[in-house]
Design a protein. Structure first.
Length: 142
């Protein structure tokens, strides 16, 4: 089933022809900036399945994991939309808050729990990883 999303103001739209490879919450310090104090919720897609229309601003940084990240957000309304890693060019991370139906994308894992504040709620039903986990492997496709 096709997946669609976009930013708060509607200037950016995103589409995926496929379901995500994984959905995870992340409590790393950078995500706390992006998610206004909470964990970010991230759907990891095969890059080939995702298309984006509209003007994105980009911010490059080196993550706590050591990965070289480019985080993209709407230049008008500031909604975080994408995250990409130089080390993982085969996937693109979409912020679940930017998808049209966030209820469909329940996280199955929570990462960087060591960085969560003492009041941070970590869903005990999710697999928990104290820091950076091994990357999910997309299914090979013809
Ligand atoms: Zn916008
Ligand atoms: Zn994070």
């Amino acid at each position: 089933m096709a997946i669609s999303g976009g930013c708060l103001c509607g200037a950016v739209r995103i589409h995926s022809a496929e379901e995500p490879v994984a959905v995870r919450s992340c409590w790393c310090r950078v995500c706390q900036y992006l998610a206004a104090g909470s964990a970010s919720v991230n759907a990891i897609f095969r890059r080939a399945a995702v298309s984006v229309e509209g003007p994105l601003s980009r911010f490059d940084s080196v993550a706590d994991s050591g990965n070289h990240m480019t985080r993209s957000f709407c230049a008008t309304c500031g909604t975080p939309v994408l995250s990409e890693s130089r080390e993982r060019p085969d996937v693109v991370i979409v912020r679940v808050g930017a998808l049209d139906d966030p209820g469909r994308f329940r996280p199955t894992g929570t990462i960087w729990t060591d960085s969560a504040p003492a009041w941070g709620l970590v869903d005990p039903a999710t697999e928990q990883v104290p820091r950076q986990p091994a990357p999910p492997r997309p299914e090979p496709r013809p």
